[in-house]
Design a protein around this ligand. Structure first.
Ligand code: SF4
Length: 329
């Protein structure tokens, strides 16, 4: 069956993935394979704009690849690779940077935010980050990019860069990518306040052991108004309940909803149920991950084979791009 088009998505090598990554992106990556030719890239060059040290870059790339494979990315079907293994992306980045006004880059809210976060390291790569991101997408002529609504301005930026290039060189070799709007649920961390993130240490890793997972779940902040076991709770403000809605059966969710409100269940028992359901849900993932981890060379082979396939597409695009510009052969 022919598929509906090509999708590209990239993520920084952040190592072992957590529930926020899983519910926000990885599940969607797996589902998209059904209908689209998917290209999934671990964007290690992007990571250099903010990393203080590269000591863990290779290991983090490997761990993330393991998680992607274990969750259900099918490398025989989708292309999964590491960004720096396809050098054409840096060539296209340079070329696209010539049609990108500097003011547009420095006006982007993401740049301002990053500059605020690391005032001691406002490097050139940080400014040009959206141009590299555009190069990632258009190099593979991806028609669709799955993004949450909050990332829509980035994609609009990429479309503008493509239009500038095509206009400047009177060509149509680059394709304006369209947004494949996806509902990205905001997964709150165990602190009950902030978005789940490794840097805040409020995350639950997919590859943790069942006991580690249980411990993290037991640390979760619940309804702050529920001080005593006899106080009625409000599941709608409780992050434990949000995760029950994802990982527990509808019957169990209805039961917890009712019992929480009439203080029929305590938070400790409620969390124990969540931990059990979460561990049951993640068990097949963990089994597959452990099996893959027995042979790291095979995981790297998958990434290298993905890069080989990606380079073939990338070089075809670059031949057209160089010709459109009139670069000497
Ligand atoms: Fe949250 Fe469950 Fe406690 Fe209710 S019983 S406040 S849903 S942890």
């Amino acid at each position: 069956m022919s598929k509906k088009g090509r999708v590209f998505s990239g993520a920084r090598p952040t190592g072992r993935q957590h529930l926020g990554n899983y519910l926000g992106a990885m599940q969607n990556y797996v589902a998209l394979q059904q209908d689209y030719d998917c290209i999934y890239c671990i964007v290690d060059l992007h990571a250099l704009t903010t990393l203080e040290t590269t000591q863990e870059l290779t290991q983090n790339t490997y761990e993330m690849a393991l998680d992607w494979l274990a969750v259900g990315i099918r490398p025989e079907e989708s292309i999964m690779f590491v960004q720096s293994h396809v050098p054409q992306v840096t060539e296209l980045h340079t070329i696209l940077s010539m049609v990108t006004p500097l003011g547009k880059l420095t006006d982007l809210p993401t740049f301002k935010e990053k500059a605020r976060q690391q005032p001691q390291n406002i490097n050139y790569g940080l400014v040009g980050y959206p141009v590299l991101m555009t190069a990632d997408i258009v190099l593979y002529k991806a028609g669709l990019v799955p993004v949450g609504v909050d990332q829509a301005p980035h994609l609009e930026f990429a479309r503008e860069v493509v239009r500038s290039f095509n206009y400047r060189y009177q060509t149509n070799v680059l394709i304006e990518p369209a947004m494949k709007a996806t509902e990205v649920p905001k997964v709150i961390g165990i602190d009950g306040v902030n978005k789940m993130s490794k840097s805040l240490d409020n995350h639950i890793e997919l590859a943790s052991t069942p006991e580690e997972t249980r411990q993290r779940v037991m640390m979760m902040v619940t309804d702050p108004q529920r001080q005593r076991r006899s106080d009625p709770g409000r599941p709608e403000v409780c992050n434990v309940f949000s995760l029950h809605k994802v990982f527990s059966s509808p019957e169990e969710v209805a039961e917890i909803d009712r019992d929480c409100r009439n203080a029929g269940i305590g938070c400790v028992d409620c969390k124990k149920k969540l931990a059990a359901n979460l561990n049951a849900h993640l068990e097949p993932f963990r089994t597959k991950r452990s099996a893959l981890n027995e042979n790291p060379d095979a995981v790297w082979d998958i990434l290298h084979e993905g890069a080989r396939r990606a380079r073939t597409i990338a070089e075809e695009t670059m031949v057209e791009v160089r010709a459109a510009i009139g670069l000497p052969k």
